[in-house]
Design a protein around this ligand. Sequence first.
Ligand code: HEC
Ligand code: HEC
Length: 253
Amino acid sequence: MSRNDRIHLLLATALAVGAWTGARAESEAPEPARMPETQQTEMQPAGTPETQPAAVPSPPAPMPVGNVADGKVAYDVCAVCHLENGAGRPDGIFPQLAGQHASVTYRQIADTRDGRRTNPIMCPFAATLTDSQVLADLASYIESLPLPLDNGKGPGIDYAMGAELYARDCADCHGDRGQGNAERLMPMIASQHFAYVARQIDDISGRHRENADPRMVGVAWTYSQREREAVADFISRLEEAQQLVPNPEAVPE
Ligand code: HEC
Ligand code: HEC
């Protein structure tokens, strides 16, 4: 892409972001939870990982070994929205990417590029990443960025409820500290922005995130609005590098 093309793409996308976030805000009036149709037979009871080990999703193609220095150059265009340090925005419009497992980023972008995940804003950028080496370089550079801890936090009013739900329903896959698992392609979600996590839980339960793990969908759709926010708040306060018990300093007053 020439520099001019890139500038045009960014301008068009910036306009689209505005339109898209506005439209979503309107269309996101809370709906009563509905059981996703195809989910009804495969629904698993939450919190019984030993009876049903999580399926390992297969990546689109084996990931080549990434080159961090080349990834830094390719990341230039991403920094416009996700920022130089990969922190995204505390209001959650742009997710934090820093520190994410390369295997996870690689898969998410390939899924978006190949139409397995609808993500209108990211689509034009993902579409340019047809070279799996460039994609692996980018994903490796993103993984090398230190996790910023000044992310957008939730209101902190239901911390205990969030901790309990997280341990019961999420920790098996995302890890007890939200560290994820590179090999199983489980995203690190620790200290992700509250508003982004809350929106993803809505998308997951409403099946707008088409590549979502069915077991996670099965849990998320049962949550009330309050439970979604409680668990998103807890996740926003998890610090990957911390000890196994939630960081006491992260517990709101
Ligand atoms: C114009 C703004 C914009 C640009 C430029 C952009 N992104 Fe994004 N990106 C977004 C938005 C908005 C989302 C979240 C969409 C949603 O809420 O589902 C996102 C989501 C993502 C996600 C999904 C996070 C996850 O774990 O599922 C990844 C990965 C990502 N972007 C990587 C990149 C990379 C790499 C680049 C550069 C090639 C890039 N983005 C460029 C706006 C942008
Ligand atoms: C069976 C394993 C599993 C369980 C249980 C699970 N997840 Fe996930 N989760 C995944 C996988 C795999 C992905 C990445 C692909 C996708 O969207 O499914 C993901 C993605 C996510 C994302 C998006 C991350 C990003 O960067 O965009 C969020 C947020 C999330 N999960 C939250 C939760 C919460 C909250 C719970 C508990 C209520 C939960 N998950 C339970 C496997 C799981």
